[in-house]
Ligand binder design. Sequence first.
Ligand code: HEC
Ligand code: HEC
Ligand code: HEC
Ligand code: HEC
Ligand code: HEC
Length: 231
Amino acid sequence: MRVGAGRLRRRQNLGYAVGAVAGTLALVALLLPVREAWLARGPMNSGHEALTCEVCHRPAPGTLRQQLQANLRHLAGWRRTSADFGREDVTNETCLACHERPDDRHPVYRFLEPRFAKARAALAPQRCESCHREHRGVRITLAETGYCTNCHEDTRLRRDPVDVSHEQLIAADRWVTCLGCHDFHGNHVMQTATLLADARTPARVRAYFDGGASPYGTERRHPARKEPRRD
Ligand code: HEC
Ligand code: HEC
Ligand code: HEC
Ligand code: HEC
Ligand code: HEC
């Protein structure tokens, strides 16, 4: 059936209008990803199931309109930096607001020193996220073995209390045993074993990394806060 010229034009106009609306909606969706499509990217890690999104993804400063204007000015070259849309980035500070431990034996800030350049390239140990990637449904996202080697190859104890000395363990590449006797942050209240036979098995450590029960017991020096410390 032939379509009259007038009707065709009306249809085309309608087509343009629909296209324009769809285009605007797509642009809005693009510019407002966190407002309109704010879906978790995977299951929360162990212990975080009950947290709200906002404790980690804090609202960025400014209204949405100000953020939009700032980013348009940035695109046009009138502003040097872009602005966070909707939410701030998650940083070490975000985590430390609930997990501050003044006696952490491996505090992240230490690894900014020049002598850790090689370890930084291999592990990025200066960031919580390197070992605890979020939205993975687990507790620790690095392999359970091997990363102590990046910093402890030269570790020697003056009077070694262990039946198989650290020197021997390290020389024999037995890095898989380290977490059998030591936790990483030193936050668990526990006795350090002195017999290699008493070390926790790598399988138990693996299960803990994946979200299972702690092989180091449940007593902590510094329990996690349920609400972030605000300063
Ligand atoms: C314990 C802190 C924490 C909580 C709580 C949290 N997230 Fe995240 N989220 C992160 C981190 C860290 C990243 C960075 C990406 C990664 O680690 O893979 C991230 C990334 C994301 C991303 C990918 C976009 C981006 O900015 O990288 C989305 C989407 C997201 N989270 C949504 C949510 C939603 C929805 C909730 C609530 C159900 C939530 N998150 C709760 C820490 C958290
Ligand atoms: C609002 C406070 C809050 C924030 C922010 C937060 N956490 Fe947690 N986290 C908790 C609580 C509460 C638990 C559960 C602790 C428990 O069971 O003792 C937990 C558990 C954990 C655990 C597992 C501990 C365990 O023994 O089961 C890890 C690892 C962890 N958090 C790392 C992080 C990292 C990395 C970040 C930053 C991306 C972060 N957390 C941000 C409150 C927080
Ligand atoms: C180089 C890897 C690495 C980095 C970086 C790292 N962690 Fe861990 N984290 C681990 C390992 C391994 C464990 C398991 C052993 C243990 O419990 O100490 C762990 C356990 C934890 C636990 C549960 C046990 C506890 O201490 O209460 C929390 C909470 C935690 N990390 C938070 C953090 C936060 C917050 C940061 C950043 C400030 C961070 N981690 C940085 C490797 C890392
Ligand atoms: C990025 C470097 C780095 C990594 C990776 C690392 N350590 Fe350490 N570790 C250090 C530094 C630095 C010290 C402090 C030593 C000092 O004071 O000279 C330390 C100290 C320690 C201590 C003694 C703490 C105390 O209270 O005296 C133990 C135990 C330990 N580390 C075990 C481990 C284990 C187990 C691993 C692997 C799971 C590991 N470390 C991974 C850098 C690292
Ligand atoms: C059988 C248990 C056991 C194993 C396995 C073990 N350690 Fe230890 N480690 C100890 C004990 C006990 C001490 C003495 C201090 C203490 O009580 O924490 C110690 C002390 C340390 C110290 C502190 C050194 C100092 O100057 O005070 C470091 C660092 C360390 N261990 C790293 C490691 C690394 C890396 C591995 C893996 C190659 C490892 N340990 C394996 C039991 C163990």
